[in-house]
Each structure stands twice: as C-alpha cells, then as structure tokens.
Design a protein around this ligand. Sequence first.
Ligand SMILES: Nc1ncnc2c1ncn2[C@@H]1O[C@H](COP(=O)(O)OP(=O)(O)OP(=O)(O)O)[C@@H](O)[C@H]1O
Ligand SMILES: [Mg+2]
Length: 169
Amino acid sequence: MHSFLSKSPEDTTNYADSFASSLQRNDIVMLIGDLGSGKTQFVKGVCRFFQVRDTISSPTFVMLHRYEGRDGRDEELLLYHFDLYKVKRESEILELGYEEFSQANGICLIEWADKLRELIPHRRAEIRFTLGSTENERRIDIERFPTTRTNSAVDLPYTKKLQSEHPRY
Ligand SMILES: Nc1ncnc2c1ncn2[C@@H]1O[C@H](COP(=O)(O)OP(=O)(O)OP(=O)(O)O)[C@@H](O)[C@H]1O
Ligand SMILES: [Mg+2]
C-alpha cells in the first residue's frame, strides 16, 4: 500500500497525474471516501495526464461521463467516470454499461466504488480518501489488487459468481 498526505486540491491533482502514468488500458480505479474527500479532484489529475480537454465534474445526475483522452503514445484513450453515490442495486451499475466499458480498452474511474459487491473486479486499484486534521488535508491510500501484478489471459476482471451468471465470461 502507498500513502500520500495531500495538503491542497492541487496536491491531490498532481499526485493523481503521476499515479496515472502507472495505469494501463482496461484498468479499473476504485475511488472510495466521504463526500468532498477529493475523489473528483483525483479524477481531474488522471484526466490531465491523459490530456482530456473536457471539464471534469462529479457525474451526479447521469452517473457516468465519458472523456476522450490520449495515452503516452498519443493514441486515443477513453476514460469512463462513474459516480455510484445514488446506486441502490448492483443491477443499476450493469445498466450503465459497466461490463462493456470495463473491457473497452479504456480506463474506468469509479467514485463511491464501495457500492460494488459482486461486481468488484479481480484486478483493480483501490484509492481511499480520508479527511486530515486541517481543512485542506487529505490522506490518500493506494492499493493494487492482485498484489503481484499479472497480465495473464486467465486474470479475468470479475469474480467467479459474475462469470457464472454471465456465461460469455
Ligand atoms: N487536499 C485536498 N485534496 C482534494 N480536495 C481538497 C483538498 N483540500 C480541499 N479540497 C476541497 O475539497 C473538495 C473535494 O471535492 P471533490 O468533488 O473532489 O470530492 P468528492 O470526493 O468527489 O465528493 P463527492 O462524493 O461529493 O463527489 C473540493 O472543494 C476541494 O477544493
Ligand atoms: Mg465527486
């Protein structure tokens, strides 16, 4: 696990920008933390790394935004920015196109990803945000799963249960 103490919104964005250089296509980034803890601020930094030009905001009403970006080779890369705050059942997440977008060769950034249960991907980065002791302090903890990184074909993104419910996996 890697921890960072952010002292300002810019600190969080800069940290996310450098974290983004470790991301690969089809990665899923779970963002977990209370209201106003910095999840969207973090997404802004990831989007900056991928040269997204749109304005980034929490996708509160539509629950999903799609941004066009570019990777390190200047090839097009799509970012899927989910906000699961209002989600009550996991089926709503599937209705948003989660299965498709998590394998669409882009990157998924998921706010309130603690709403995922059966749909937690096997391979993921978990980013946890906690308020610090002063108004602008945030603690950011990053953990990658599985802890030893593999790219093998058997390393499917979903749990066994989901695979059995959705035979095409
Ligand atoms: N160190 C910091 N890192 C990130 N944001 C900070 C920091 N210090 C202050 N802030 C402020 O906290 C707020 C974080 O808002 P942000 O929209 O990123 O939160 P969020 O976790 O996405 O909340 P929500 O669950 O409502 O979507 C912003 O107003 C930002 O300016
Ligand atoms: Mg947000």
